[in-house]
Design a protein around this ligand. Structure first.
Ligand SMILES: [Zn+2]
Length: 344
């Protein structure tokens, strides 16, 4: 893997070009269909890669140009879920959304992202990271009229995710990341079976594995929720001890402008930590010095060879020029701290 000290990456998504889907919103409709859509997504992927290269990102991704949403696009490719049969459910106890229904045995008839991952692999020699939704976050965006058990459905999804992850690994993906924002919300389930289901999704993988746990995109429902969390966000305290004991290699989390006490990172000592040093809930661009400051604070609790500077969460809903400026700030901030470490 990366031999660079403090290799930079993003949590996952980057803004889409205006011609692919309406920018600055989630679940934005595609502007093409069929073969044209396939071609347009690939072109967008190459732009996302070029922007990561231009801004000095070391571990690159597809910028999630191939998906409409980080959870639903994966589920759309599965059998057993009916997207026309919709129910209103409460997502992460925070906001209501119309979601598809589980109507039968869930199954992955064929690969979901493997062709896209191969395409990315062909176009870069850098380490690549691919994001998949985590089992607990998947079940939270569905109405289940079939299994009628969140745990049972999560284990089914974990098996399916593992199949996909193994194919992504074979396609040359270096890091497979599971997005589990639900780990910051459902603590009983997290402890009962959440981390175990995540480990099942990562079972047998030889590439590195990551879990991304955040406080969500910078949308109003999330920022309103954050207002209710008080002065110290201690949610990570629930998942970290179990994750420290797990087979997951990397923990990706939100640190910039968040009220997460940095000393919580001590709880995952020994793991690689992707430290979110870019706030995705504001268009105010961090200065390199602000990024460096967050990284220095994290270095009190994370060994330098295990710290990967990153963004708090995905940047899909942001204006493109802001996202690019933030990636530049991330690289420059990491350079400042890298120089300090090497100078020691
Ligand atoms: Zn996130």
């Amino acid at each position: 893997m990366s031999k660079i000290l403090l290799p930079t990456s993003t949590a996952g998504s980057l803004p889409k070009p205006f011609w692919l889907a309406e920018p600055e919103k989630l679940w934005s409709e595609w502007k093409f269909s069929g073969d044209e859509l396939l071609q347009a997504k690939r072109d967008a992927l190459l732009i996302a890669l070029a922007e990561q290269n231009a801004t000095g990102i070391d571990i690159v991704s597809d910028g999630e140009q191939t998906r409409q949403h980080f959870v639903t696009t994966f589920i759309e490719h599965l059998e057993g879920v009916d997207f026309t049969k919709r129910e209103i459910v409460r997502i992460r106890n925070r906001y209501d959304a119309s979601v598809p229904s589980v109507v039968g045995t869930v199954r992955r008839p064929k690969s979901v992202f493997v062709e896209d991952a191969k395409f990315l692999r062909q176009h870069t020699d850098k380490p690549i990271k691919w994001a998949l939704p985590g089992p607990m976050t998947m079940i939270d965006t569905l109405y289940d009229g079939h299994y009628k058990s969140r745990e049972k459905l999560a284990w089914e999804f974990a098996k399916i995710l593992n199949e996909e992850a193994k194919e992504l690994e074979a396609a040359g993906v270096d890091i497979i990341q599971f997005d589990e924002p639900a780990f910051n919300v459902f603590f009983d389930e997290l402890n009962d079976w959440g981390v175990a289901a995540l480990e099942r999704a990562a079972e047998g993988l030889k590439c590195q594995t990551a879990v991304h746990i955040c406080y969500g995109y910078g949308i109003k429902a999330n920022t309103d929720w954050k207002q209710t969390l008080g002065n110290e966000w201690r949610q990570y305290e629930e998942s970290f001890p179990k994750l420290q004991q797990s087979n997951i290699d990397i923990i990706s989390l939100e640190c910039q402008n968040s009220k997460v006490p940095m000393d919580l990172l001590e709880l995952v000592r020994g793991k690689i930590v992707m430290v979110g040093a870019i706030d995705v809930a504001t268009n105010v661009v961090e200065t390199p010095e602000q990024v460096a400051d967050t990284l220095r604070k994290a270095l009190q609790f994370v060994d330098a060879d295990k710290l990967y500077p990153s963004t708090n969460c995905g940047m899909a809903p942001m204006p493109r020029h802001i996202a690019r400026a933030k990636l530049n700030a991330l690289s420059q901030g990491a350079s400042i701290v890298r120089a300090e470490l090497i100078g020691k």
